[in-house]
Design a binder for this molecule. Sequence first.
Ligand code: SF4
Length: 337
Amino acid sequence: MSAPSTGQVLLAAPRGYCAGVDRAVVTVEKALELYGPPVYVRKQIVHNRHVVSTLEKRGAVFVDETQEVPEGATVVFSAHGVAPVVHEEAARLRLKTIDATCPLVTKVHREAVRFAGDDFDILLIGHEGHEEVVGTAGEAPEHITLVDGPDDVPNVQVRDPEKVVWLSQTTLSVDETMETVRRLRERFPALQDPPSDDICYATQNRQQAVKQMADRCDLVIVVGSRNSSNSVRLVEVALEHGARASYLVDYADEIDDAWLEGVATVGVTSGASVPEVLVRDVLAHLAERGYGDVETITAAEESLLFALPTELRRDLKARSGAEPEQLRHDPAAGHLH
Ligand code: SF4
């Protein structure tokens, strides 16, 4: 291995857990404590291998579809949100549901319902098949057309070009989405913008931090899982903004020593579904290889907190007689979240 002994790490801030992921993970943890295992979770609660396997060990059972949950059992809906038909199905099966959909995803669902109610054609920018997009599109399938990036724009058909609005998945690349919107507006000049940003604060801040450090990095390591949209976007952003190489890893031991050859500066960040413990493992791994000097690059301060889902708060209060504590989003926490 030829890594220099004075190599530097640029550590992005913010990185890792966002308020929506924190809330979703704590929801499953609290549900396990309160109701006892098994607690069923529809889809991965958040898109991270480590989080899912840790919760599995504690008694969470992840299923793909609601029909796999035994009648009358408790099921948590993941942070990515579900279509109304999933709620209807759960009611038919008499499941006890806890909805951990991120409030910022719910906001996009509400926008979809409102614009569909006003009979707009809604152009939903997002990745085909992603759970969040499936959930949002399910709010108004007859009004929503998926636009999967700038190259998909020529395929879009609308009923009335004067009554078109765009919405988006929360975890997209900001720059690529703006390019998609630019091309859509060329075709539909009356295209309306969403009432507020659909790409969430966490996605934007994590991309901004990577943009600020990428051109100083020979290599950017993004901690995150392959199915995590916002993590994959961070690799793309790093490469687009000057990093010579960038790789996604779930765990430190996936870092190939060959990646470090001739590398003076390594950027490190993590997706919004990644617990900080995994980043610390990466920093320790790099320190052992001569990259012990760590400089933090801060793009934004985050302090957003979300209350736990109403149904869970009600049951926690019934048990303890007091309102559950507000969630604390603590990026330095050593445990799962
Ligand atoms: S990435 Fe954004 S939308 Fe997704 S859970 Fe986190 S805060 Fe919510």
